[in-house]
Design a protein around this ligand. Sequence first.
Ligand code: MN
Ligand code: MN
Length: 500
Amino acid sequence: MAMLERMDWYDLARTTNWTPKYVQEDELFPPELSGSMGITLEKWESYDEPFKQSYPEYVNIQRQKDAGAYSVKAALERSKLYENADPGWISVLASHYGAIARQEYHASLSEARMARFGKAPGQRNMATLGMMDEIRHGQIQLFFAHEHVSKNRQFDWAHKAMDTNEWAAIAARHMFDDIFACRSATEIALMLTFAFETGFTNMQFLGLAADAAQAGDWTFSSLISSIQTDEARHAQIGGPMIPILIANGKKAEAQKFIDIALWRSWKLFSVLTGPIMDYYTPLKDRKQSFKEFMHEWIVKQFERSLIEVGLERPWYWDQLLDEIDWQHHGMHIGTWFWRSTIWWNSAAGVTPEERAWLEEKYPGWNETFGTVWDVITENVVEGRMEQTYPETLPVICNMCQLPINATPGPAWRARDVPLIHNNRRYHFCSEVCKWVFEQEPSRYEGHQTLVDRFLAGQVQPMDLGGALKYMGLAPGEIGDDAHQYAWADAARAERIKKAG
Ligand code: MN
Ligand code: MN
C-alpha cells in the first residue's frame, strides 16, 4: 500500500478539536488549567507548530538517541574516568544530577498538562512528545548517576535531593513548582518552554556538554547532548502561542509570565551553574566563562527570540545585565562557606592561575571577591579552619530562596528589599524578586524560607547538627572542600618562602 508523505496528512490528522455538545467549552478546558484567557477554541486553532513530527518518526529517533547514549556509557564504564577525574568535575556531576534529574520528570507532568488542556491541537501534539522526552530525561539521568552511588553517596542525591529540605533543593523546588507545576497550559508554554528552555536549558546543556567534552567525560557529554536535542524541539511549543495571545489583546499577560520565569531561572542558575562553570570545571577544560555563556544564550539569543515574537525585553533588563557580572561570584562564596549544607563538594577554584583567569574574565575580581578569598586563604594556611565555617545564618530572599549578597568592597550594595504584606514582613534580594511576589501574592505568601523555619523553631536542635538533620544530609553526603584545600598550597609555599 502506498504511504502518504507526512505533510500530506499531518495538518488534517492533528485537527482534533471539535465543538462539544454535551458540555460547555469551559468544562472541557477549565480556564484555570488551560490558561485560555477567554480566547476561544477556533482562535487557538491557528497555532502552527514549527516542528512537525509523527509518532513513528519520534519513536524511531528517540530509540536511536537512547541507544547512542547508553552505548557510550557501556563502552566507557571500565575506563576509570570517574577515578581519574578532577574532584571539581565530580562536583559538577553531583550538583547537576541532584538539581536536574527529578525536575526533568517533573517537567513531564507539565508537558502532560499541555497535552491535555492546551486548546491548540498542535500544542497538544508537540507536548505529547515533550512529555515522553521529559520522562526519558528523568530516567536516563537517574540511571547514569546511579553508576556512581557505590563510590560516592552524594550521587544518591540525584534521586533524593528534591524530597529533602536542603536549602538549594528548596530554592530549586520553589522555582520549578512556580514555573512548571502550578501553572496552566498557556503559562507552562510561556514560562517553561519559551523562557526556561529556549534560554537556560540551552546554556546548561550546551555549555556543560562543551566542558564535559573538554574534560574527556564523553559519557556525560553524550548524555546531555542527547537530552538537549529533545529540548531544542519541545522548547518551540511556546513561541507560536505568543502571536495568538498578542492578537487577542493578551500581550501584557504573555510578557509578564515570561518576565517572571526568566528572572526566576536567572537567580537559580546564578547559584547552580555560575559556580560550576567558573570555579568547579577544571581551568584547562573551561570553554567559556559563565558570563560569556549568559551573554551568548540569554542576552543575545533570547533577546532576539523575544523581539521576533513581538514582545519586549523584560523591564529589569539592565539589572539582569548588571547581575551577570557579579551575582554568581557571591553565590559561590556562599556555597563554599556553607559547604556542609550542600550535597556536593564545593571546589574553591582560587589557585593563582584560576584567580588570573577570573580577573581576566571579570576585571576587578581580585579587588572585590578576591579580597574575601584572601581572608579565607589566610585562614586555611594558618590552620584556623573554624574561621572558614559560618556561625550565623544568611538573610534569605522570600522569592528566590537564596542568600542576599552582592559585590564585596567599596561597591557593596547588598540590601534587603522589604515588603509588609498581611502583617508579615517579607525580605527580597532585589526589586525584581519583590515584583514577582506582588504579581500574585496569594501564590507565594504562605511559603517559609529555611531561615523562617529555623526562627520558627522547626529546626531542632538549633545548631548545625540540627540543620543537617533537617536538610536530610547524612554522613558521606555532607559537602566539603572538593580538593581538600590543595588550592591553598601555593599561598602556603609563598608564606614559607617569605619566612625562610
Ligand atoms: Mn528535559
Ligand atoms: Mn524540557
